[in-house]
Ligand binder design. Structure first.
Ligand SMILES: [Zn+2]
Ligand SMILES: [Zn+2]
Length: 270
């Protein structure tokens, strides 16, 4: 198994010359070319995992220095067990120990293929827990294994912990709804289809962030309407970008604003 240096997604060997995820229009191959990494090499370079307690029951896991895109994974803990969400492109014994100290890991899932990380490696080192991959995005899977389970629509992980496919950034893009989060007001964990902005009071809806390609207004409104059916007050993105409260209204207003700009309502301001 090798890891793409740019997106940190694992891939079976022999690898293609260029990473298919990074040659897609949503990503990029850096100017100095494709590089492939190994877990041993990353360990020797001094990479390690670091944990952050976001709130009771939600632990962030990131790597330092970052590997690839450098997302923060989230471990969501319920009384039945946990979900590892958007796994990072590196794994070490301390992260595995920390995960298992919080109870059994029930499943691993990613918001979309940019966030696959070394998901199969995490699973195998946790004893072969299921890796849930959206059926609509199976073509982007770089490392195959019998522990992968395909899903679509919605998928319950534990009581009060459910995956919802929204599409958008990828056709299989998904969010996690965690009913007990934010002191019972409800939490969404999102990827690039619903991206909390740096102002912490608005949300972006993009097909590509590095190459700045927006989704349509209709898709932004569709996603906001679908998620508006759920009970939540807080949204965690995967780069420590958080809408701490009032997130449902912010999601609705941001989709309206996106559709208005994309539809030309504000062209007189340009
Ligand atoms: Zn890549
Ligand atoms: Zn992405």
């Amino acid at each position: 198994m090798l890891i793409c240096a740019t997106c940190a997604v694992e891939r079976d060997e022999p690898t293609p010359e260029l990473c298919p995820i990074c040659t897609d229009e949503r990503q990029y191959v850096p100017e100095d070319g494709q590089k492939w990494l190994t877990l041993d090499g990353l360990k020797q370079e001094g990479h390690r995992t670091l944990l952050t307690e976001n709130e009771p029951g939600l632990t962030g896991i990131r790597t330092e220095p970052k590997v690839g895109i450098g997302q923060t994974a989230q471990l969501v803990v319920t009384h039945q067990g946990s979900l590892l969400w958007d796994p990072v492109g590196y794994v070490d014994d301390s992260a595995l120990k920390a995960a298992l100290e919080r109870g059994p890991v029930l499943a691993i899932a990613a918001s979309h293929p940019h966030m696959f990380g070394v998901q199969v490696e995490w699973s195998l080192r946790l004893g072969g827990v299921p890796v849930l991959v959206a059926d609509a995005d199976r073509r982007w899977l770089g490392r195959n294994d019998p522990i992968i389970k395909y899903w679509s629509g919605s998928q319950t992980i534990a009581e009060g912990l459910t995956l919802h496919q929204t599409g958008g950034h990828f056709p299989g893009s998904a969010v996690v709804h965690w009913a007990a989060g934010a002191d019972g007001r409800g939490v969404l964990l999102t990827g690039d289809s619903v991206y909390p902005n740096p102002d912490r009071r608005s949300i972006a809806f993009m097909r590509s962030y590095p190459n700045r390609l927006p989704l349509s207004g209709a898709v932004a409104l569709r996603i906001a309407a679908q998620l508006g059916e759920l009970k939540f007050d807080r949204i965690y993105g995967n780069f420590n970008n958080v809408i701490a409260s009032g997130a449902k209204a912010i999601l609705h207003d941001s989709a309206q604003r996106h559709a208005a700009w994309a539809g030309g309502d504000f062209d007189h301001l340009t």
